[in-house]
Design a protein. Structure first.
Length: 273
């Protein structure tokens, strides 16, 4: 969360719906057989030149991709092959341009493909040093690896009491323990999953397999976290319903958390030091 850019914001979870993979399986098979250019509903075009037999990635999985990017006139602007290392990122998390989050979801490990990405799925009107504004981008890509990650499961809170504080924070405590309470100056470790109001996951420590640690009450995290986590004891789980004033306010954060967005966090207090 770098304020905790909570948490690694990270960006757009579920820009690539799981159904994308279902659709991709058939479409990619056709492309592999004929080298046809497939056009998706979003305007992305892709061609699979070589078909692999490895796994497809689901949203949230960590994928490793080798790529060479060029403009329509053939001008190169980036190349992982020259660096000797593929690029790794969580699929569907908004860490890359939209055309990549969608296009890589159509591939199996071992596939080699070309993605033709319109500007609206690339960098749009942004003028970058080697990429003019409103540029169509072409990427020759190879999906090298897919690492499956644990998927967060929303807490079941039906029928549980929702408690309101004087600040506007609301929380639902799922259990009570006799664990160590949080005190001023404590450093806490917390597992969490952050959701938008529509249920979209924008960040989760569960997927990374490691809780986040931070000192309580010194502004390292959003106000709703400083307040909400301080209400828990070690071993307790809660759902925090955080109004935008106690989250990222009128500025938002990253591409996924828009200005004035209320947030939901399922949290578990792992330790207090």
């Amino acid at each position: 969360m770098k304020k905790l850019t909570l948490l690694a914001v990270f960006g757009w979870m579920l820009m690539v719906a799981t159904k994308c993979n279902d659709k991709a399986a058939g479409a990619a098979g056709d492309a592999a057989a004929t080298n046809d250019t497939i056009t998706t509903a979003s305007g992305l075009k892709y061609i699979i030149w070589k078909k692999g037999d490895g796994a497809m990635a689901d949203v949230g999985d960590n994928v490793s991709v080798h790529y060479a990017g060029r403009l329509l006139d053939g001008s190169p602007f980036d190349d992982s092959y020259k660096r000797g290392q593929p690029f790794t990122f969580p699929l569907g998390g908004g860490r890359v341009i939209k055309g990549w989050d969608e296009g890589i979801a159509y591939l199996n490990v071992g596939d080699s493909a070309t993605l033709i990405i319109p500007a609206e799925l690339g960098y749009g009107a942004i003028d970058r040093p080697t990429i003019p504004s409103n540029s169509t981008l072409i990427f020759d890509v190879q999906l090298m690896d897919v690492k499956k990650v644990a998927k967060p499961v929303p807490y079941e809170t039906k029928g549980m009491d929702t408690i309101s504080t004087g600040t506007g924070l609301k929380y639902i405590r799922l259990n009570k323990t006799s664990g160590t309470p949080v005190t001023a100056g404590s450093t806490v470790a917390v597992h969490y999953t952050g959701y938008l109001q529509d249920g979209t996951v924008f960040d989760s420590s569960i997927s990374r397999g490691e809780p986040i640690s931070f000192p309580i009450g010194v502004g390292r995290v959003i106000k709703g976290w400083d307040e909400g986590i301080s209400l828990l004891k070690v071993g307790e789980k809660a759902r925090l319903l955080i109004p935008y004033q106690l989250a990222y306010g009128e500025r938002g954060a990253g591409g996924m958390i828009q200005p004035n967005t209320d947030l939901i966090f399922d949290v578990e207090l792992v330790s207090v030091k």
